[in-house]
Design a binder for this molecule. Structure first.
Ligand SMILES: C[S@@+](CC[C@H](N)C(=O)[O-])C[C@H]1O[C@@H](n2cnc3c(N)ncnc32)[C@H](O)[C@@H]1O
Length: 287
């Protein structure tokens, strides 16, 4: 619920604190700016220039929901939740502290909901630039509040308000993440690795994952965040039927490029073994 997280949100215009109006239809900042709460329960916190990215479309979100519901990425979600628990343990966050977990580019809320189930009493901020995503995200978990905002801009949360920030296959803003982390807080990032879903690349014409993602993560973070330990490689095989394959492609950027997806999927065998590959990286504030 949005009311669980209002105290960590910030006015996108000037960073001042926000509170709910008495009738719970708006958030109002200390400086008097007002932001409507959508009837689906999310709030759009965007400064003067408005949203400059759309994020995932309604069709992509529906495809993501369908694919993730099949449980095919369970090892990824388990790894992210367990890394969040490790960060909280390492920072000695007490069990009754109601830690704040921000997920940037949270999509349907699949990962954040799982993490909130794993961390008793935690509060989740699900941030995404897509209003289609926000409609799912806002109802994904009782302890999750949803904000529509652009991760490339100033993120509308208070300084030092987050115990953990998670980013799963989504954009990163290291300077802002460093500002938002509490002392001892960390960022948990899941990035696709070269060879991810490779078996689908040729038959379907999907875009491959290029090498060097981890190098870019490190370079991009420089001066703001530094990698803790070694990135953890994750790799597992999935048995996907045609429905799951179509959903996987439909939720990815490839959806925008492949015009004859149905025909291509129809030519595949009934099920395929497809390999998922990623790296899980923890980062802390640079010293
Ligand atoms: C590949 S999806 C990953 C979604 C989710 N983390 C998951 O793995 O199920 C990327 C998500 O990032 C969002 N996104 C893209 N650009 C963004 C931006 N600039 N700010 C916030 N969210 C963004 C998209 O709308 C989409 O929901």
């Amino acid at each position: 619920m949005l009311s669980d997280i209002v105290n960590v949100l910030a006015d996108p215009a000037d960073g001042s604190a926000l509170s709910e109006s008495d009738d719970k239809t708006r958030l109002i900042s200390e400086t008097g700016h007002s932001y409507d709460i959508a009837r689906q329960g999310y709030v759009t916190l965007v400064g003067g220039r408005g949203l400059r990215h759309e994020g995932d479309s309604a069709d992509m979100i529906a495809a993501r929901e369908a694919f993730l519901a099949g449980g095919h990425f369970a090892p990824f979600v388990e790894a992210v939740s367990s890394a969040v628990l490790d960060v909280l343990d390492d920072a000695h966050v007490p069990d009754d502290a109601s830690p704040v977990i921000l997920e940037v580019g949270a999509g349907t809320g699949y990962y954040l909901s799982h993490t909130l189930d794993a961390v008793r009493g935690a509060r989740g901020v699900g941030l995404d630039v897509s209003t289609s995503a926000a409609k799912s995200l806002a109802k994904a978990h009782p302890r999750l509040g949803c904000v529509v905002a652009d991760a490339w801009e100033s993120i509308p949360l208070r300084d030092a308000s987050c115990d953990v920030i998670s980013v799963v296959f989504a954009p990163r803003n290291p300077a802002e993440f460093a500002r938002l982390l509490k002392p001892g807080g960390q960022v948990v990032v899941l990035t696709p690795a070269a060879g991810h879903l490779d078996e689908l690349r040729e038959p379907l014409g999907i875009i491959g994952v290029e090498e060097g993602k981890l190098t870019r993560l490190k370079e991009q973070a420089e001066g703001h965040l530094e990698i803790v330990g070694s990135p953890q490689p994750l790799e597992f095989a999935m048995t996907l039927d045609k429905y799951a394959i179509a959903a996987q492609v439909g939720m990815s950027p490839s959806a925008r490029h492949i015009t004859d997806l149905d025909e291509r999927v129809a030519e595949l065998s009934e099920t395929m073994t497809v390999t998922a590959r990623a790296h899980l990286t923890r980062l802390k504030k640079a010293e």
